[in-house]
Design a binder for this molecule. Structure first.
Ligand SMILES: *Cc1c(COP(=O)(O)O)cnc(C)c1O
Length: 480
């Protein structure tokens, strides 16, 4: 047996590379990453390839390993080339991604040290770091000290956590579901609809409150609907508002909604996955006012703080509510809460073991401070307004409402022919070109183009380039 153990140990030791091997691997990985970053302003935002990364399948997982060079080639060719390049400043579709370098360094350390961020006892410092970051978020949005939250994998899970907390805090029982009412608009993100279903609430009544011409929830109609529902014997329990919708970047009238929510004892969940971090900009505090009165709030560092994907967050005004829904040990006494220095993330989230997400957020914030984030966010707002002004001046363009945040909606109306088809072809041409990536949506039944700015790499030159590309493609389509 000893012989066998030693034999196995020898093979298993390949999992522990020597210092020389580590240095050699790191050098190659860093060189590959550096090359990418050095060229990031010149490479396309979108690449359409025939194979669509299929080559990765031609290289199966095998008993023995391969050389790093061949693996980097595989990654480069199949992963980092085809499709959308979210690290590009030319990504102006959907809600653009980020990927700041400092976060990669944080992730590197998190992976090496593999600190356990799920349980305070195991990783006290790691847990404190996560909670410190959540406290900072609470502070910037104006939540009280009673608030707590989680660093999640993204906004979808954050929405789910908020909605589950609402369900439990409002003491909803299965027998009440089909007479309980959730208020929202048709512009809430699809992850909200999904979260409602995962939370078991699909039998609840969903009231889609009409919106004004800016795609914001009409608070007067919301209040009227709640009163009518109460009169009819329904059980209104939850309002879901948006602090920046994905489609148009619209911010619901949060102050008025919060007022209505309180008066009627509803839970107010605000989805700020895209927009909440704009609270860092002085001017936007006004439009986001009321966000601080939410019972739960979603904000995505992998959107508004330019982090790589895998970074969402949820804040709950009263963290005890989170604990009630997500506590890990059934025999855990609530009184013990107060005696503890820190709650464990496992007690206030669906996860137990998890990626130590704090470090990838803490390191950049500590290294460069908040100022560059604040500046980048304000820059995005101004770029959206600049684009709005410029595109409006060009004959043939129709613009949507003045942007609440950093999404502009617009369409081109050709002198003759079908505007729907034309815009469909226009967005396709821009995508085919690839220098920038734009996406489209349907607004009021019309095919509409979007200009969504949120990449830290999108600047004035990208914005001007987009306008130029749009002009080029319109010319091209009209000359056929
Ligand atoms: C992106 C987004 C979500 C979903 O977040 P993920 O991080 O993609 O899971 C939810 N709500 C809004 C408003 C969003 O923009």
């Amino acid at each position: 047996m000893i012989e066998r153990i030693k034999f196995l140990q020898n093979i298993a030791l390949q999992l522990e590379p020597s210092s020389e091997t580590r240095a050699a691997l790191l050098e190659k990985i860093v060189r590959y990453a550096d090359e990418f970053i050095e060229n990031i302003y010149d490479i396309p935002a979108y690449v359409s390839t025939e194979d669509k990364g299929r080559g990765i399948l031609d290289s199966p997982i095998t008993e023995n390993g391969a050389e790093i060079d061949s693996l980097i080639d595989l990654i480069q060719h199949n992963i980092d080339r085809p499709g959308l390049n979210p690290a590009s400043g030319g990504h102006l579709g959907y809600i653009p991604g980020g990927g700041i370098y400092f976060s990669a360094l944080g992730d590197y350390l998190a992976a090496i040290f593999n600190r356990y961020a799920g349980i305070y006892f195991a990783g006290p410092g790691a847990v404190r770091m996560e909670h410190m970051l959540l406290d900072w978020m609470s502070e910037i949005v104006g939540f009280p000290k009673t608030a707590g939250g989680n660093l999640t994998s993204g906004g979808s899970i954050a929405n789910l956590i908020g909605i589950v907390a609402a369900r439990d805090a409002q003491n909803l029982k299965a027998k009440d579901f089909d007479r309980s009412v959730i208020y929202l608009t048709a512009q809430v993100h699809h992850s909200v609809d999904k979260a409602i279903r995962i939370a078991g609430l699909k039998e609840c009544i969903l009231r889609y409150i009409p919106m004004d011409s800016n795609y914001r929830m009409d608070a007067t109609l919301l209040e009227r609907q709640i009163i009518a529902d109460k009169k009819s014997g329904f059980n209104p329990f939850l309002i879901i508002a948006s602090a920046g919708t994905t489609d148009t970047g619209s911010v619901d009238p949060l102050s008025a909604i919060a007022q209505i929510s309180k008066q009627n004892n509803l839970w107010l969940h605000v989805d700020g996955a895209y927009g909440a971090f704009f609270v860092l900009c002085k001017d936007e505090k006004k439009i986001l006012r009321g966000m601080e009165e939410a019972d739960s709030l979603v904000m995505d560092p992998h959107k508004g703080l330019f982090l790589p994907y895998g970074s969402g967050a949820v804040l709950v005004r009263d963290k005890k509510k989170l604990f009630d829904s997500f506590r890990y040990q059934a025999n855990y006494m609530q009184d013990a809460l107060k005696a503890q220095d820190e709650l464990s993330p496992a007690d206030i989230s669906p996860e137990l073991t998890k990626h130590f997400r704090g470090l990838r957020l803490w390191l950049p914030l500590k290294l460069v401070g908040v100022a560059p984030f604040r500046a980048a966010l304000e820059e995005k707002l101004l770029l959206a307004r600049y684009f709005y002004d410029e595109i409006k001046k060009i004959e043939g363009f129709e613009v949507g409402p003045f942007p609440d945040l950093s999404v502009v909606t617009y369409r081109y109306v050709p002198k003759k022919g079908d505007a729907e088809k034309f815009n469909e072809m226009l967005v396709k041409e821009v995508q085919k070109d690839g220098r920038v990536f734009l996406s489209s949506t349907m607004l009021d039944g019309k095919f509409t183009l979007r200009f969504a700015v949120l990449s830290f790499r999108t600047h004035l030159d990208t914005t001007n380039l987009t306008i130029q590309i749009l002009k080029e493609k319109i010319h091209l389509l009209q000359s056929h």
